[in-house]
Design a protein around this ligand. Structure first.
Ligand SMILES: *Cc1c(COP(=O)(O)O)cnc(C)c1O
Length: 426
């Protein structure tokens, strides 16, 4: 055996997996079972008391899901991970470990539309208060910090315009405030950006998008960087205080640098219940095997499409961080040198009506509310994903009335450009 550390593409295929010990199956089997037989009463008791690792019930853990967890933790450079039913479930489970009713978290204003909704409305009913900050103005994060702040939440490549966030600058603010930085890395995937290398403490994903990559399975994941000290000042009692449901153990003391992932599993997933189906874990694992190949093609196609649009007379502007003229190009060169992702926006001189018309004329691009599929996708955010926001908030979040969002797929770029050309011609 060589002592070389495996590279990213090798990890994407192999991390966490080995031939099935009972059958020799080389692909990871789908362990489609709700529950697992205990060796004896002592074994059962030690599993329930968190004194031993093992399988109990698929709501808490499953061997197919465990391979997915180990693989994504390896790709992101974290200590451990927890797979859940969707990206939104990952966000709920993470914040439930960090916030008590009445607490606050700071979130970048440029976010996936569903996250803006979840933070504004659903989380309010839990007593968790979101305070918005502007990812282009680092001082706005500093100003938003109060004694009740428990976390900062940003996207690495931000929806909908594909802008690049200065993760290191915001991680400095988080460190000073003594709170963890949570990075939603969905649009970048670890192939383009590894937020933990830039100071993130927790990474979340919608696996539904580029990691699964084929538009066929929902999933979410939480990666623990193992970097945060949860014991300071009694700020994070879920991690630092004795847990009555587990004979008074303290999670940080017992599990050290993967205590957060354990808390998400044994307090979050166990009690809230958004378990990932092992079938979806299998689909997503299969997708991850080709992540490096797909992601590079997504980025190369997106750049070609962005360049075509930037030169088209019907187009007013293109927001793609991979274009040298883009205001995020410097940050893209620093954080995402292999490519600036495949989700971006452009605006049409004809405004709202032109946006609606373009979406209806495109044939190869599917009009739907998703990103990160092999297929190219298009949406007009102002009339769909961001329609609940008022006009000022739409513009602030990058979803003004004239804006169209693309998620560029892995087809032949010439075909994608031809489709846009016919739809723009009118
Ligand atoms: C889709 C998405 C989510 C939500 O994920 P689901 O799997 O749909 O619940 C969160 N963040 C980003 C950036 C997304 O694109």
């Amino acid at each position: 055996m060589s002592d070389r550390l495996p590279g990213f593409s090798t990890l994407a295929v192999h991390a966490g997996a080995q031939p099935d010990p009972t059958t020799g199956a080389r692909a990871t089997p789908i362990y489609q079972t709700t529950s697992f037989v205990f060796n004896d009463a002592d074994h059962a008791a030690s599993l329930f008391g968190l004194q031993a690792f093992g399988n109990i019930y698929t709501r808490i853990g499953n061997p197919t899901n465990a391979v997915l967890e180990e693989r994504v933790a390896a790709l992101e450079g974290g200590t451990a991970a927890l797979a859940v039913a969707s990206g939104h479930a990952a966000q709920v489970v993470v914040l439930q470990q960090l916030l008590q009713p009445g607490d606050e978290f700071i979130a970048a204003r440029k976010l996936y539309g569903g996250s803006i909704n979840q933070f504004t409305h659903a989380f309010k009913s839990f007593g968790w208060n979101v305070v918005w900050a502007d990812p282009d103005d680092i001082a706005s994060f500093e100003r938003a910090v109060t004694p009740r702040t428990k976390a900062i939440f940003i996207e690495s490549i931000a929806n909908p315009a594909g802008s690049i966030t200065d993760i290191e600058a915001i991680s400095t603010v988080a460190r000073k405030a003594g709170v963890p930085l949570i990075v939603d890395n969905t649009l970048a995937s670890p192939y383009l950006i590894r937020p933990i290398d830039h100071g993130a403490d927790i990474v979340v994903h919608s696996l539904t998008k580029f990691l699964g990559g084929h538009g066929n399975s929902l999933g979410g994941i939480i990666v623990d960087a193992g970097t945060f000290d949860w014991s300071t000042g009694g700020k994070y009692p879920m991690l630092s205080e004795p847990r009555p449901e587990y004979h008074g153990i303290r999670l940080q003391e017992t599990f050290g640098n993967f205590a957060f992932a354990i808390a998400c599993r044994v307090l979050g997933l166990r009690d809230l219940g958004p378990a990932l189906s092992p079938f979806n874990a299998f689909m997503i694992l299969t997708g991850i095997e080709t992540l490096p190949l797909r992601m590079q093609k997504h980025c190369d196609n997106a750049k070609a499409v962005a360049e075509f649009l930037a030169g088209h007379p019907a187009v007013a502007s293109v927001s793609y961080a991979g274009l040298p003229s883009d205001k995020y190009n410097q940050l893209a060169r620093k954080y995402a040198p292999k490519g600036a992702g495949a989700v971006f926006t452009f605006s049409l001189k004809g405004g709202y009506d032109a946006g609606v018309s373009l979406v209806s004329k495109l044939q190869l691009f599917s009009h739907l509310a998703n990103v990160g599929d092999t297929r190219s996708l298009v949406i007009h955010p102002a009339s769909t994903t961001h329609s609940q926001l008022d006009d000022a908030a739409k513009i602030k979040s990058g979803a003004g009335p004239d804006v169209v969002r693309l998620s560029v797929g892995i087809e032949d770029k010439e075909d994608l450009i031809a489709d846009l050309e016919q739809a723009l011609a009118g």
